[in-house]
Design a protein around this ligand. Structure first.
Ligand code: PLP
Length: 423
């Protein structure tokens, strides 16, 4: 009997024993094409020797030093590299161990910033329905995944959730993309006015929605208007690029494509590419300096933050993505994969939408393309597709997102950036 506490107690997954390039292998020798990089993690594929050697060299030098006592060379170099390429508003990097930790740190930083700035009434976060920011209590409170939130409702923080920018379902017939982008962004202003802008500290959103909706990119102009509203009412913009960042959409940061620069940005997944657990929260010097000139201490932290070995891995990953021209590869292979999905499925009765950016693509499944009616949740369609694909040696990521109780089934594809045409 296994003593592992698995994610699902109703299944017994095979034992993974190896990985090479875009493939994983189980103990029976079966090969799987990793078409979702786990959950959009393995951007360099498996067995990348550059990253492995960087980790080995760091272990030989220094595995770990607590950030309460030391900084380390890989952490400093990683922070420099990220800031060199990040939107110009961002100036400081707080290294953590994953996406939920990055989101949690972002929420707490926003709150502490306003306390130290002398605006202690600002404590409310506005986020969006059908979003995901992680599984810890703060991040789960910000997220709008009804299924994940349901049984923890009494523990969750009071936050606002507005409709996401979700063209397939929420754009009106005959409404232009630009008009929809504007109308959707203006929901933030309406919510600010409803709750009282002086009580709000930040708006938090994924530039391209991943884990709840399958690669939903915003309508044009959406984030520009969001930025304007944030500035007008003096609230911070937190962008969560844990899934869509680090090159996944074809630019190092997804928000570059929307011409928007946040005050706080979260990254993880592709940052460590699966070689080490690592995430980061980037913030502006305005936030950093306000706290620096006040208490001078961010009331937050984790034992493994700024981990030298994880930082060395991430440094090698980000340098590989930049130096090997992988952003271009993502754009090229993303276009090719989207075209292939369209050729294959655009007429399929049960495929309502094919969407996404770069190698971050989603299919939305419906019972009828005309009515866009979703499948009955009891059908567990996305889970069934995952299982059938897995049997056939293909890993894709299923998800069921919900808006106001209405469920939709989605399949996410997020293969490694090194994926080849035939694969
Ligand atoms: N934020 C986003 C946008 C995510 O997609 C995820 C994970 O899927 C998280 C946060 C949480 O990251 P982690 O699972 O590393 O805690």
């Amino acid at each position: 009997m296994s003593h592992i506490f698995p994610r699902s107690m109703k299944s017994s997954p095979p034992m993974a024993v190896g990985g090479k390039g875009c493939y994983l292998f189980d103990a029976s020798g079966k090969q799987y094409l990793d078409a979702s990089g786990g959950a959009a993690v393995s951007c360099l594929g498996h067995g990348d020797t550059t990253v492995i050697n960087a980790i080995k060299a760091q272990l030989d030098t220094l595995a770990y030093a607590h950030t309460g006592f030391f900084t380390s060379e890989p952490a400093e170099k990683l922070a420099d590299l990220l800031i060199e390429h990040a939107p110009s508003t961002l100036d400081r990097v707080y290294l953590v161990s994953g996406g939920s930790e990055a989101a949690e740190a972002a929420i707490k930083l926003a709150r502490q910033y306003f306390v130290e700035k002398g605006e202690p009434k600002r404590g409310r976060l506005i986020a969006r329905k059908q979003s995901y920011h992680g599984n810890t209590i703060g991040a789960l409170s910000a997220g709008g995944n009804e299924w994940r939130r349901a049984q923890f409702a009494p523990l969750l923080l009071d936050m606002s959730h507005i409709d996401p920018c979700y063209p397939y379902r929420l754009q009106n017939e005959g409404e232009s993309d630009a008009d929809y982008g504007l109308r959707s962004a203006n929901l933030l202003e309406q919510e600010l006015l409803r709750v009282g802008p002086e009580t709000v500290m930040a708006f938090m959103a994924e530039p391209v929605v991943g884990a709840t909706a399958g690669a939903v990119a915003p309508a044009p102009g959406y984030f520009k208007r969001i930025r304007e509203i944030c500035d007008q009412y003096g609230i911070l913009l937190i962008l969560d690029e844990v899934m869509c960042g680090m090159g996944r959409t074809g630019t190092l940061f997804a928000c570059e494509q929307d011409g928007v620069a946040p005050d706080i940005l979260c990254i993880a997944k592709g940052l460590g590419a699966g070689y080490q657990p690592i995430g980061a929260m980037l913030c502006s010097s305005q936030i950093y300096d306000t706290i620096g000139a006040g208490s001078g201490f961010f009331q937050h932290g984790h034992t493994y933050m700024g981990h030298p070995t994880a930082a060395a891995a991430a440094l090698a990953v980000v340098n590989s993505v930049l130096d090997r021209g992988l952003l271009k590869a993502v754009q090229k292979q993303g276009d090719a994969l989207k075209l292939a999905l369209n050729e294959r499925f655009v007429q399929h009765a049960n495929v309502g939408d094919i969407r996404g950016r770069g190698l971050f693509l989603g299919l939305e499944l419906v019972t009828d393309r005309g009515t866009k009616a979703p499948f009955d949740p009891a059908h567990k369609l996305a889970a069934k597709i995952k299982a059938a694909a897995f049997d056939a040696g293909l890993i894709c990521y299923p998800m069921s997102g919900t808006i106001d109780g209405k469920t939709g089934d989605h399949i996410l594809l997020a293969p490694p950036f090194i994926i080849e045409d035939a694969q």
